[in-house]
Design a protein around this ligand. Structure first.
Ligand code: C5J
Length: 221
């Protein structure tokens, strides 16, 4: 067993039964001209974590952990996009509209791709998901069962939306969940801070948090 110096208390884990899940590090959320920007957000804080996510990814790859990437996107006919999701608010671009990176949040379009620095490697799993949580309407539960995973390390964006939703889904399914504090980001700093607090409150009620350095140190040990 290995031990991560995590909060609110150390997390013991077995690397062989641990997977890294990188949530939605897609151009549509991270680059100007995508969905995140169309919703009025400054994407620069999300761009800033890309090197840290890469460091975590490479460390987990080197340690032999299973790696899973997710992408929030929809079928080209939007049959898996509830009108309540597409029609909400007044974004500059709606899901399915044509933007500078192709159709917004549509599978196969440039904007739905993972940013170049974090491109999945052969053998890594990529899950396209229509919702915020990566377990909803996907094969993630079955994939994790085949892997024999018990502990999940999370990175990606955005902290309080798709990352937190997926962590909560995973926690309810019996996984030990750890969020890499500096490898996740929100468009809203206060939301990120609150999410980290609420995850580890009440004796890790949703899970643990630790820095990328702390996670990599445990994998190296
Ligand atoms: C959002 C996500 N924020 N990946 N998606 O709409 O968090």
């Amino acid at each position: 067993m290995a031990l991560i110096d995590a909060r609110p208390f150390p997390l013991s884990f077995e690397p062989a039964t641990t997977a890294l899940i990188v949530i939605d590090m897609q151009r549509d959320f991270i680059e100007p001209g995508g969905f995140g920007a169309a919703l009025g957000n400054d994407v620069r804080p999300l761009q800033a974590i890309v090197p840290t996510v890469r460091r975590l990814l490479d460390g987990c790859r080197a340690a032999g952990l299973a790696v899973i990437h997710t992408r929030e996107c929809h079928e080209p006919d939007l049959s898996d996009c509830p009108p309540a999701k597409r029609d909400r608010g007044t974004p500059a671009l709606r899901i399915g509209d044509h933007g500078p990176m192709g159709r917004v949040l549509v599978a196969g379009e440039p904007g739905a791709e993972i940013v170049a620095e974090l491109t999945p490697r052969p053998g890594e799993t990529v899950i396209d998901k229509p919702g915020k949580g990566a377990f909803y309407a996907t094969g993630l539960a079955e994939i994790l069962a085949v892997l024999g995973a018990r502990t999940l390390v999370f990175a990606g964006v955005t902290t309080e939306v798709c990352v937190q939703t997926t962590m909560r889904e995973a926690n309810d399914r019996g996984f030990d969940c750890l969020l890499a504090e500096d490898a996740t980001e929100s468009y809203f700093p206060a939301f990120k801070a609150a999410t980290l607090e609420m995850i580890r409150a009440q004796g890790a009620i949703v899970g643990w948090t630790a820095t990328t350095d702390q996670i990599l140190a445990a994998l190296d040990a």
